[in-house]
Design a protein around this ligand. Structure first.
Ligand code: PGA
Length: 259
């Protein structure tokens, strides 16, 4: 449990890794490695590629695993002529519970804007799933001292028009882009400062109750060796893990740090 009694949420973003056979092996091994104490302490989510979702969902359902299923993105529309896209309705039908929206790779490599992220967030909520909303600055922005401005703008854009009740149930992920996949982790102090900023902006927009309840993950080169220190920060309520979530032993050790 984090300082203010918020339940940690630890998420594994598998990105474009693992075919459905490999994904099945990973979720089975992970579920074997995790204990009831882990699941009592935290929400544990995995976010496989689309082609693996059905396989992983079947394994979770039939083996009554406590791992929660997530996706990495989705379109905002229920259906339509959007070649190559996957709709939130399709994900909900597959018992997907969580969807990452606005990951920096989606923003940087696939041109996702703040307003698109806002629409996706709404679509995920409308289908009864939980968004994990990613925010974070580039190295250049950081060096210019623009971290707070960038992150505040992203949070404000994502929350435009959301009621305080909805905001209270959201999960944000602060991921400094320079720390993603680079082996460079933000210091626990950096993570704390910007996660606290996210909470402050949420408070400004939706009130103290929502700020208290909203959960803020840190992401960017999280490993078993730095998870505890990051999680010990008062405003860090969980972790969004990329590379290290592909190794069941490493990811289980990261989850255990949330106990
Ligand atoms: P990483 O990725 O842990 O491999 O740095 C984190 C992320 O992009 O969510």
């Amino acid at each position: 449990m984090s300082g203010a009694g918020r339940r940690p949420v630890v998420s594994g973003n598998w990105k474009m890794h693992l075919n459905h056979f490999e994904a099945l092996q990973l979720v089975q091994k992970l579920s074997y490695n995790l204990t009831d104490a882990d699941f009592d302490a935290a929400d544990v989510t995995v976010h496989p590629p689309f082609t693996d979702l059905r396989t992983v969902q079947t394994a979770i359902d039939s083996d009554k695993m406590k791992v929660q299923l997530g996706a990495q993105t989705c379109h905002f529309a229920d259906k339509g002529a959007f070649t190559g896209e996957v709709s939130p309705a399709m994900l909900a039908k597959l018992h997907v519970q969580w969807v990452i929206v606005g990951h920096s790779e989606r923003r940087q490599l696939f041109g996702e804007t703040d307003s698109l992220v806002r629409r996706k967030l709404q679509a995920v909520l409308d289908h009864g799933m939980k968004p994990i909303v990613c925010v974070g600055e580039t190295l250049e922005e950081r060096e210019l001292g623009a971290t707070a401005t960038k992150v505040e703008g992203q949070v404000r854009a994502a929350l435009e028009g959301c009621s305080p009740e909805v905001v209270a149930g959201l999960v944000f992920a602060y991921e400094p882009i320079w720390a993603i996949g680079t082996g460079r982790t933000a210091t626990p102090d950096d993570a704390q400062t910007t996660c606290a900023l996210v909470r402050r902006v949420v408070g400004d927009l939706a009130g103290a109750g929502a700020a208290d309840a909203v959960r803020v993950q840190y992401g960017g080169s999280v490993k078993a060796s730095n998870a505890s220190e990051l999680l010990s920060q008062p405003d860090v309520d969980g972790l969004l893990v990329g590379g290290a979530s592909l190794d069941a032993d490493e990811y289980a050790a990261i989850v255990a740090a949330a106990r």
